[in-house]
Design a protein around this ligand. Structure first.
Ligand code: AMP
Ligand code: MG
Length: 484
């Protein structure tokens, strides 16, 4: 593999020893590199070479010069209950690289075998869940929503026991930082103030460099506000695109505000405000309509962990940013989706009533907004066809068209902009399910075809229409188990 001005670092090792344990990956048998993200590798400074060069790293059989794999230690609140036993149970941070554009990349090998934090787990990831993470992180990137990325994946023959026997796989996940809210909970609740300060300064200096020069009190306060705002903004983006994360535990919350740890996630098909995508979440703690509130609860856990170095008032002030940031971003997202450029006092009620209608009539969330983005280009029929009762559509459209009279933009200009906000292609669970079945029988081409479609979710892509179809009956409301 040839590199162009890549610097190799491992700044995570500058943290106190308690934040990690050195672990060598447990090799997989007959690993095969089955998917490689060439454009991403290039952006990171690794020129497109033979992807199979990475098979050894992905299989845990080879470490490159400078790789020093560690399992990160963190704790966190899972379903509201504090768990001190967490950490990378099946993933290892191999190294960090800094690319030609100055961007830092953590390389995390997920599924690399057992670590001291594996608890009852086997340290592995199955093929099915690795594909799901690969697809969704790239789909999110295509949608412009902050996310970790997938650099490549390896599929192996080693058997892994879940509900049935499956096969092992690894994902080389990259992002600017794998540090989670749970790292801060670990620092404060187990290590003390000095460890917390070291972690905080580490995160600020690597990921919030614009704050470095501020005096300490202001530096911490501004940093916390920014984390809260990024988190609120991220969740507003999820809501707008109909994404349910499924496991919003504080150990799955990225400190830089990215979508992290793809498990039993789902994009809504038919709109259902209370949709629960995680089969094991029986109480619906992480249901679609609870995500904004859970994001806040997670910020509260983080706030508690900051009390040794910040006073209560400052922390409270930071938390207050959440609601404003969420509402602003969510409303802006919805205005964009509806194509509302000018502001009118009645817009909030239009937005809320639209959600009520989507819920009551189980409308396909993605198709509704995409059809609306073509209202004047293609007419009302595609929208009306989504409704069993066309008169409901007509009544809503009448109100919407009346509202559009206040707009200054021309119809075609508005609709071009709307089509950049309302994706035509999303990663519906049934699509993921189909390519997983093909991959399990050895054919990765369908997965790669789907990936290509998802990289350009806002483009019409003639010829790929079948990927925009609503799910068949078997594929509706698939609830995915947490076992991955
Ligand atoms: P999650 O809720 O999926 O993010 O996982 C919670 C914790 O369980 C994390 O600390 C993971 O590293 C760990 N974990 C999940 N699956 C496994 C596994 N198969 N083996 C070991 N640890 C695991
Ligand atoms: Mg996790």
């Amino acid at each position: 593999m040839s590199e162009q001005s890549v610097t190799i670092e491992h700044r995570y090792l500058e943290l106190p020893d308690s934040f990690y344990t050195r672990v060598t990956p447990t090799p997989l048998k007959d690993g095969r590199l089955v998917c490689f993200n060439a454009p991403l590798a290039e952006a990171m400074g690794f020129r497109a070479t033979d992807p199979s060069d990475w098979t050894g790293v992905g299989s845990g059989t080879e470490l490159l010069d400078g790789m020093d794999p560690v399992a990160m230690k963190y704790t966190g609140h899972q379903f509201g209950v504090y768990n001190p036993e967490l950490g990378d149970g099946r993933g290892l941070l191999l190294w960090e690289t800094v690319g030609p554009d100055g961007r830092r990349w953590d390389w995390h090998l997920k599924g690399a075998g057992m670590t001291p934090y594996s608890r009852f787990g086997d340290g592995r990831a199955v093929l099915r869940s690795t594909i799901r993470e690969y697809l969704c992180s790239e789909a999110m990137a295509g949608l412009g929503i902050p996310t970790t990325r997938a650099l490549f994946m390896v599929s192996a023959k080693d058997p892994v026991r879940r509900e049935s026997i499956e096969t092992a796989s690894t994902l080389l996940r990259v992002t600017q930082s794998h540090i989670r809210f749970g790292h801060f909970e670990f620092a404060t609740h187990h290590e003390g103030e000095e460890a917390l300060r070291t972690l905080l300064e580490h995160v600020i200096s690597l990921h919030f460099p614009h704050l470095i020069r501020l005096p300490e009190k202001e530096r911490y306060q501004r940093w916390f506000e920014e984390v809260v705002e990024r988190t609120a903004g991220l969740i507003a983006d999820w809501q707008a695109v109909g994404f349910c994360h499924g496991v919003m535990n504080s150990d799955n919350m990225s400190i830089i505000g990215e979508t992290l740890d793809y498990g039993p996630y789902a994009f809504l098909d038919d709109f259902d405000a209370g949709f629960i995508c995680n089969h094991t979440d029986q109480g619906g703690r992480y249901a679609y309509n609870r995500q904004p509130n859970i994001g806040f609860v997670n910020c509260q856990y983080l706030a508690n962990a900051l009390l040794p170095v910040m006073n209560e008032d400052d922390v409270r002030q930071g938390l207050r940013r959440y609601e404003t940031a969420y509402n602003q971003r969510f409303q802006q997202n919805m205005r964009n989706k509806l194509g509302l450029y000018t502001e009118s006092g009645a817009d909030i009620s239009l937005i809320m009533d639209t959600f009520s209608m989507l819920h009551e009539y189980h409308l396909d969330y993605t198709l509704f907004f995409r059809s609306l983005s073509n209202l004047h280009l293609k007419g009302k029929a595609p929208i009306r066809d989504l409704f069993v009762d066309r008169s409901v559509a007509d009544e809503w459209l009448e109100r919407y068209e009346k509202r559009l009279l206040d707009e200054t933009r021309a119809h075609d200009e508005r609709e071009v902009a709307m089509r950049q906000q309302n994706p035509k292609y999303i990663l519906r669970n049934y699509l993921a399910q189909q390519v997983i079945l093909e991959a399990q029988s050895g054919d990765y081409e369908p997965m790669k075809d789907l990936l290509k479609v998802l990289q350009r979710p806002f483009d019409e892509q003639p010829g790929n229409e079948s990927y925009a179809a609503p799910p068949p009956d078997w594929g509706k409301h698939l609830s995915i188990s947490c076992s991955s």
